[in-house]
Ligand binder design. Sequence first.
Ligand SMILES: Nc1ncnc2c1ncn2[C@@H]1O[C@H](COP(=O)(O)OP(=O)(O)O)[C@@H](O)[C@H]1O
Ligand SMILES: [Mg+2]
Length: 495
Amino acid sequence: MRTLYAKLAAVLLALLCTLGLLYGAFNLYATKVFLQELNQRFNRDLARQLLVQRNLGSEELLDERQVKAIFSYYMHINPAIEIYLLDAAGNILAFEAPQMKIKRRAVDLEPIRRFLRSDDHYPILGDDPRDETRQKVFSAAPYPLQGEPRQYLYVVLAGEDYDNMEALLHDSYFLQLSIAAVVGSIVFGLLAGLYAFNLLTRRLHRLTGLMGHFRASAFKQHEPYAGSAEAAQLISRGDEIDVLGATFDQMAQTIIEQVERLEQKDSLRRNLVANVSHDLRTPLASLQGYLETLLLKSDLDDAQRRDYLEIAFRHGERLTRLVSELFELSKLEANEAQPQREPVALGELVQDAAQHFQLRAEQQGVTLRTEGGSGLPFVSADIAMLNRVLENLIGNALQHTPQGAEITIAMTAAADGVEVCVANPGAGIAAEDLPHVWERFYQAPERRHGGGAGLGLAIVKRIVELHGGSLRVDSSAGGLTRFCFTLPRWETPKT
Ligand SMILES: Nc1ncnc2c1ncn2[C@@H]1O[C@H](COP(=O)(O)OP(=O)(O)O)[C@@H](O)[C@H]1O
Ligand SMILES: [Mg+2]
């Protein structure tokens, strides 16, 4: 009973029954009045004709005995009528019926006068002598026909016998048929209405089902109400339910995405906190340890002091770098740092970056070589961010290149921009580690003690993604390691 369908059905049923009853009652009433009017109009002159045809006009007053005989005769011919003789005040003088049947001594003259004026609307109802309250259609004539009436002939047109017959007919085939017709139309209307409601509510039903599923899945899974192709069409051309469904689809999709994003962010943050606290604790503990030793031990010579201070300083440095890298990465990941794009000539930029590492390379006995820097299209990039990418990649290469080897930075025009590859020989990265190098805090196991924290490549990845570029890495253990990224070509903005 709680479904919309059941409610609509109940309303429809109540409506149809009320209408059926009202219609039936009105129809009965209208038929009755119609029959009365017909009867009265049809027999309007009945009383007058009686007087005229019987030639009753010679005496002062009608003789009660004589009229009684006439009454009997006519009532025999037409059992529907009852004839009465009234005096000028309406008192009943003569009738043809058992005495006990007559319940009134007089009838109201007012309806009779109205009838005789005959300017009124039919049916006109007069008192029925055979009942204290009932009123009936009648025909009446004054006696004498001209001049001041001294008596009235009063003919009740639908007398008792007529009533009896009518009551009998209530059970008749015709009446039963019309009741059946009314009931039949109610049932038909009900069925048709139920079918139509079912069609309408079916979609609502489906929609509530979908919403229920969506909620039950903790707002994670949604089976769309409309296919993606229909959705736009439904919104512009569908009815309210369709619009509701399509809008719900959009809302659900948005909610799912938001929830996913929130969960992702949440787990990222949790990971970050765990990793950060771990990575900060190690150098902090060392820093503290060395400083403590310096404070407590008084018998250290100058060289030892210097050593300890240098170690403490390096740990401090490492902490600073770690914190600033973390800060950088979290800004990039929170989408706070958006690239300020401009047209960039990669050749010069890469040359500058290589220059920047030249000194360190020379100290390590490594050569830095750039390839293919000329004739490239401009790329669309944020110069500062691009510098970070190059710094991280070249820095990594320097870290992993053995003495005497060569690092190449190659630039080639790609399908929709430029690809830059930094390649260095060295120990390489094991195949099972390759997919993980981009993850934050990831460092190949044997390098965990190194200077970085495993954030450099994560920063690289994020920056390249923000630029809409792609990344790849290939390496064979003991061979050449190559990190490549692409940047999109600069498109002159259309004005
Ligand atoms: N050129 C390279 N050759 C070999 N291994 C590399 C190279 N670049 C990066 N790696 C591996 O990827 C890991 C992650 O690099 P990165 O994110 O820059 O962290 P970090 O340099 O702080 O260790 C490094 O620890 C290293 O194991
Ligand atoms: Mg690094």
